[in-house]
Design a protein around this ligand. Structure first.
Ligand code: CTP
Ligand code: MG
Length: 170
């Protein structure tokens, strides 16, 4: 595989993953109140997901991904991007929940930083949905996208912390 092909697929994947990134960031802006786990504990005595995962945030994330996908669809004149937006948003929100589930099982409280999991849980789950939707991805471009998302996540979360949008910088 040549550099041109890797670059082309990287740019395409960046556009495809943008709705998932928007979805992941939007609950931070529109914070919810009702925890998805309804305040319940798991069998290990720790919260199932914790107060950081709310119903409102989950829905807002899917909506934001879908709306952004619709904008991409209009710009690219290709309706596939609407589905990409929805699937990216849904995958991101499910991955985010899965990440918190794992963090709680490890005994970490809400907001405790876990490197890689915090930055990439949503992207990994979105990848599964995109793959099932036959999105073309080559391994090298995908790896570069993960590195990009990892760095962007750290940057945007620090910004959100500095502007008072988040209580913790991760
Ligand atoms: N959020 C939300 N609903 C979601 C996801 C996120 O309301 N489904 C909001 C919460 O206010 C949360 C913030 O977005 O605190 C940041 O999300 P995230 O960093 O994923 O959650 P944490 O608070 O760090 O919790 P965890 O330790 O479970 O990751
Ligand atoms: Mg966090």
């Amino acid at each position: 595989m040549d550099v041109t092909e890797i670059t082309r697929n990287y740019i395409y994947l960046f556009i495809v993953f943008l709705p998932a990134m928007i979805a992941n960031g939007s609950p931070v802006v529109f914070k919810g109140k009702n925890p998805l786990d309804m305040g319940k504990n798991f069998i290990d005595g720790h919260r199932i997901l914790g107060d950081g995962k709310t119903v409102e945030g989950f829905i807002v994330g899917i909506l934001a991904g879908t709306v952004f996908g619709a904008i991409e669809a209009a710009l690219a004149w290709n309706t596939r991007y609407i589905a990409i937006g929805f699937l990216g948003g849904l995958g991101a929100m499910l991955g985010d929940v899965a990440g918190s589930f794992i963090k709680r099982r490890l005994g970490y409280k809400r907001g405790h930083p876990v490197l890689i999991l915090d930055q990439l849980d949503f992207a990994l789950c979105s990848t599964v949905f995109y793959y099932l939707y036959d999105i073309e991805m080559n391994p090298i471009s995908l790896l570069l996208i993960y590195v990009t998302i990892f760095l962007l996540h750290i940057l945007t979360n620090r910004l959100a912390y500095k502007t008072g949008l988040k209580n913790v910088p991760h």
